[in-house]
Structures are given as structure tokens and as C-alpha cells.
Design a protein around this ligand. Structure first.
Ligand code: DQA
Length: 144
């Protein structure tokens, strides 16, 4: 089994980006921890892009391959209808999508309180730092 772990804009800057909000681990650190925490035979395919179109394309790939997705849409969470429409196709296809956030957007600025993705996500995990990803993967592995 493969799980796609997709990350949106500025998440490639983790480690140095607002560490008081996002922690001091890089995305590569988080990916390595995730890869070492899953059972044998499970592959974590972790990707990051600052480009909306690339992220949309990766969701199409997940639809076509039936690959479950953990998605941190980053700032796209709050305004990308293109990403939402791509995520909706996963829902139609019955492919699970877990939306994750390192921080708890609801405890932050008002513009972060809206997610255009959540309405088509299977579920949302936010506020647990890198553990948000781990919790999402745990759930996916228990619901194959
Ligand atoms: C984030 C929260 C978003 O509001 C923000 O734009 C991000 C990261 C998080 O993981 O906490 O880039 O998705």
C-alpha cells in the first residue's frame, strides 16, 4: 500500500519558517519519522509544492490510482476552490482524504477559520504538530 502525503505552499520551509508556530522539524524530518513508523509494506509518498496546479494534478493521480491521501493544503486551505474541486473527485471515487494541519487554524487569525477543503474531506486533524500526520496515517491504515 502507498499513502500519498501531499503538502502545499511554504511547507518546504518548515524548520526555519515560524518555528514557534510550526516547530523546528523540517518536512524531510517529518517524512523520515512517518516512514519509519509505518508497518513493512506501507510506502509513504511525501511530496511538497508551492504550485496549485501541481497539487491539483497529484490529487487527480490519487483519484485515478485509488491512493489514499493525507493533505496539508497550507494556505490553499482557505481559498483554493480548484483544490476543493479536485478533492471532491476523491470523495466521489470513495478514496479517503484526511486534511491535516500542524497548527490549529481555529486558534489563529480569522482568515484561517475557513477551510474550503473540509467539506469534501473524510476528516480533519489539526493542532497536533507533526503528530497530525501520524494520526491521519494511523486512521488510514486501520480503514484500508
Ligand atoms: C497550515 C495552516 C495554514 O493556515 C497555513 O497557511 C499553513 C500551514 C498548518 O499546517 O498549520 O501554511 O496548514
Amino acid at each position: 500500500t502507498t499513502i500519498l502525503v501531499l503538502n502545499g505552499p511554504n511547507l518546504g520551509r518548515l524548520g526555519s519558517r515560524e518555528p514557534e508556530v510550526y516547530g523546528s522539524q523540517t518536512l524531510a524530518d517529518i517524512g523520515a519519522d512517518l516512514a519509519s513508523s509505518v508497518p513493512d509494506g506501507v510506502e509513504i509518498d511525501l511530496r511538497q509544492t508551492d504550485d496549485e496546479g501541481e497539487l491539483v494534478g497529484w490529487l487527480h493521480e490519487a483519484v485515478d490510482r485509488g491512493t489514499p491521501v493525507v493533505l496539508n493544503p497550507a494556505a490553499f486551505t482557505h481559498y483554493s476552490y480548484a483544490l476543493r474541486d479536485a478533492a471532491a473527485q476523491l470523495k466521489t471515487a470513495g478514496v479517503p482524504l484526511v486534511e491535516v494541519h500542524l497548527s490549529n487554524p481555529h486558534a489563529r487569525e480569522a482568515f484561517r477559520h475557513t477551510s474550503v477543503i473540509s467539506g469534501v474531506a473524510t476528516g480533519v486533524i489539526a493542532g497536533f504538530g507533526a503528530d497530525s500526520y501520524r494520526l491521519a496515517i494511523d486512521w488510514l491504515l486501520r480503514h484500508p
